[in-house]
Design a protein around this ligand. Structure first.
Ligand code: SF4
Length: 295
């Protein structure tokens, strides 16, 4: 079983009056030739790794391998706990957790690539937040991950989930879109609303380039995870409110693929353009190279 468009996925869920996660679980069990119980267990295991990464990154942050990031998630969490914050409690909670997971990745800790290591903070960031805020079980969150994965598979087929191929829109954009769709389902929204949330995120990250400073998945990657988490929450709320995307979600995904193909090589993970090519970006790259030669 396979779905080549979000439209087909939504139609299947609506026809059977089930959640997208139910359809996605059945698809995975069939494709991997295992039982539903087995596939649920596997996803639950992934979720527990994600959750642990977020908690570890907040509790004991480590400096990244390149030394460019580390501790920002904890810093925001402390700020959130002491202040009212401008963006609000839930967004900042999700953002601090997304940053924490991205930091764990950059310090070679254990994460789940979702869909990639560079964008690994977004899903755990928002899912751990809704778990805590809506008192959801781990099993329920794993269902959200099935929904996210169904959207991720379609984005990968119709466009890309690789920064080297399609820019950061394909990594942090895809992760945010997957997260937005999952959030809608976990908050009780419809399959169509999940599709709208996916569209809202991608529309607002369209054209985002991949320009890692010194070729390291640190800057701007961690902060793009932060913004991806915020975007997913806002997109989910807009969809739950009944707002619709004028451009249908499948066309948005196709546009993302086309924009990715149009990006020059310098903006597709080569560290030759964008932020990587700024004066500071080049200075940091030189310093990292020098450290590597002397260590
Ligand atoms: S900037 Fe590039 S390496 Fe960093 S998260 Fe985005 S796609 Fe991945």
């Amino acid at each position: 079983m396979c779905f080549y468009s979000v439209k087909e996925l939504i139609e299947e869920a609506e026809k059977r009056a089930v959640a997208i996660s139910t359809v996605a679980k059945e698809m995975e069990a069939e494709n991997q030739e295992v039982s539903l119980a087995e596939i649920e267990q596997r996803m639950l295991k992934q979720w527990l790794v994600m959750k642990e990464a977020a908690k570890a990154g907040l509790k004991e942050p480590k400096k990244s391998m390149g030394g460019l990031i580390g501790g920002e998630g904890k810093l925001l969490e402390e700020y959130r706990l002491k202040n009212r914050t401008l963006a609000g409690h839930m967004i900042n909670k999700a953002v601090s957790r997304a940053l924490a997971v991205a930091e764990v990745n950059a310090s070679m800790g254990k994460i789940v690539a979702a869909p990639t290591a560079g964008s690994c903070g977004i899903l755990p960031g928002v899912l751990l937040t809704v778990q805590e805020e809506l008192c959801l079980s781990d099993e329920k969150i794993a269902d959200g991950l099935f929904t996210a994965s169904a959207f991720g598979i379609i984005i990968a087929q119709k466009a890309s989930i690789s920064g080297a191929e399609g820019g950061c829109q394909a990594e942090c954009g895809a992760a945010g879109a997957m997260a937005g769709a999952a959030l809608v389902e976990l908050a009780g929204g419809t399959p169509s609303q999940a599709g709208e949330a996916c569209a809202f995120v991608l529309k607002n990250i369209l054209g985002l380039v991949c320009d890692p400073v010194a070729g390291l998945v640190e800057v701007p990657c961690a902060k793009r995870n932060a913004m991806g988490a915020a975007l997913a929450l806002v997109a989910a709320d807009m969809a739950l409110a009944g707002i619709k995307s004028v451009i249908p979600v499948d066309e948005v995904i196709e546009a993302m693929g086309e924009v990715g193909c149009a990006l020059p090589e310098s903006l597709r993970e080569t560290a030759k353009g964008g932020l990587a090519a700024t004066a500071t970006g080049r200075m940091l790259a030189k310093r990292f190279l020098f450290q590597g030669e002397t260590s």
